[in-house]
Write a protein that binds this ligand. Structure first.
Ligand SMILES: C[S@@+](CC[C@H](N)C(=O)[O-])C[C@H]1O[C@@H](n2cnc3c(N)ncnc32)[C@H](O)[C@@H]1O
Length: 291
C-alpha cells in the first residue's frame, strides 16, 4: 500500500466529496435522532498542504491549488450552502493550525469534517489501515468519547460495526483505488453491509477514468438489488483528456430527501469553478431509481 492522501489533500475530488458529505450529514441531522457516522477509509485526518509536517518536500505538483485553492477566497454568499460550510470548516482548521497567510496551508480530511459536524447525540467511527496514518489520525481525533478510531480494514468494519444501535447511519467508503479489484471489493462490502443494514445511507467515492469499468461497477451494484441509488459526478475535463483524473463521482445509496437537488446545485457550481479543460461537467443520475 503506497497511497498517501497528503499528495491529493484539498484537490478537486476532496472539495467535491467533502461538500456532498456535509450535505448528506446535514440532511440526516434534520431529524433529532442520533446518527452513526462511519468513515471506512479515513486517512490521517489533517493535512499540511506544504508537506512540512511530514518532512516531505512534495516533489510533485501540489493538487490543492486547482481544488480548494480556487474556492478559498470566494465570499460565502457566492457559494452553495454546503460548499460555504466546507470552506468555513476548512478555514477554521487552517487558522487553528497556525496559518496567518491568505493561502491555505492546512486542510481537514473527512474524519475531521465529520467530527466538526457531530451533535451530542451523534457518533463517529473512523477506520484507517495504515499504522502511521492511523497514529496521526488518533492524535487528531483524541478527545470526545463518541469518536472512535480503529486501525482496521474498512471493509471488515462494514461487518463489525453495522448495524449500529442508533439504526441510522451514514457510511463513507473512500478507498485509494490502488488495487485492481477495488470496485469488486466495494461491491462485496456493500453486499454484506446492505444485508445487515439496508436502511443505511452509503456514499462511495470513485474516480472517473475508464467509463467501461464504471458501467461494470454500476451493474454490480444493481445486481445487489439495493435501495434507490444516485450517481453524482463531477468532470473537470473530457474523458479523452491526458489528465490523470478527469473527474470523480459519489455513489449514494438511500440518499436523503432533497439530496438530489442539492447535489445538482453543488456539482453545477463546482463544474464551473474547478474546470481544467472543456468537456467536463456535472451529472446526477439515478442508477437504481426511486420506487
Ligand atoms: C482516499 S484516502 C482517504 C481520504 C479521506 N477519506 C478524506 O476524505 O480525507 C484512502 C485511505 O484509505 C487507507 N486504506 C487503504 N486501504 C484500506 C483499507 N482496506 N481499510 C481502511 N483504510 C484503508 C489509505 O491508507 C488512505 O489513507
Amino acid at each position: 500500500m503506497n497511497y498517501r492522501h497528503r499528495f491529493h489533500a484539498g484537490n478537486f475530488a476532496d472539495a467535491m466529496k467533502h461538500a456532498l458529505l456535509i450535505g448528506l450529514v446535514r440532511a440526516m441531522q434534520a431529524k433529532e435522532k442520533g446518527v452513526f457516522l462511519l468513515d471506512t477509509h479515513a486517512g490521517r485526518g489533517g493535512y499540511d498542504l506544504a508537506g512540512a509536517a511530514t518532512g516531505d518536500s512534495l516533489a510533485r505538483q501540489p493538487e490543492w491549488p486547482d481544488g480548494i485553492g480556487r474556492l478559498w477566497t470566494e465570499p460565502e454568499p457566492a457559494l452553495p450552502p454546503t460548499v460555504a460550510e466546507l470552506l468555513t470548516l476548512a478555514r477554521a482548521y487552517d487558522a487553528q493550525a497556525g496559518n496567518t497567510t491568505p493561502a491555505p496551508r492546512h486542510y481537514p480530511g473527512s474524519p475531521l469534517i465529520l467530527r466538526a459536524l457531530l451533535r451530542p447525540v451523534d457518533r463517529l467511527a473512523a477506520c484507517e489501515l495504515q499504522p502511521d496514518e492511523c497514529l496521526a489520525l488518533r492524535a487528531e481525533l483524541r478527545g470526545p468519547e463518541r469518536v472512535a478510531v480503529h486501525e482496521m480494514d474498512g471493509y471488515t468494519a462494514l461487518r463489525a460495526l453495522l448495524p449500529p444501535p442508533e439504526r441510522r447511519a451514514l457510511v463513507l467508503i473512500d478507498p485509494p483505488f490502488e488495487a485492481q479489484d477495488e470496485f469488486a471489493r466495494i461491491a462485496a462490502g456493500l453486499r454484506e453491509a446492505l444485508r445487515r443494514f439496508s436502511a443505511g445511507v452509503y456514499a462511495v467515492w470513485y474516480p472517473l477514468t475508464a467509463r467501461a469499468r464504471l458501467d461494470d461497477f454500476f451493474d454490480a451494484i444493481r445486481a445487489l438489488n439495493p435501495p434507490p441509488t444516485l450517481a453524482c459526478e463531477l468532470g473537470i475535463a473530457g474523458m479523452d483528456s491526458a489528465l490523470k483524473l478527469q473527474g470523480c463521482g459519489l455513489l449514494v445509496i438511500n440518499p436523503p430527501w432533497r439530496f438530489e437537488a442539492e447535489a445538482q446545485a453543488v456539482l453545477a457550481f463546482l463544474a464551473e469553478a474547478l474546470a481544467r479543460e472543456p468537456g467536463g461537467g456535472a451529472r446526477v443520475e439515478w442508477i437504481v431509481p426511486e420506487r
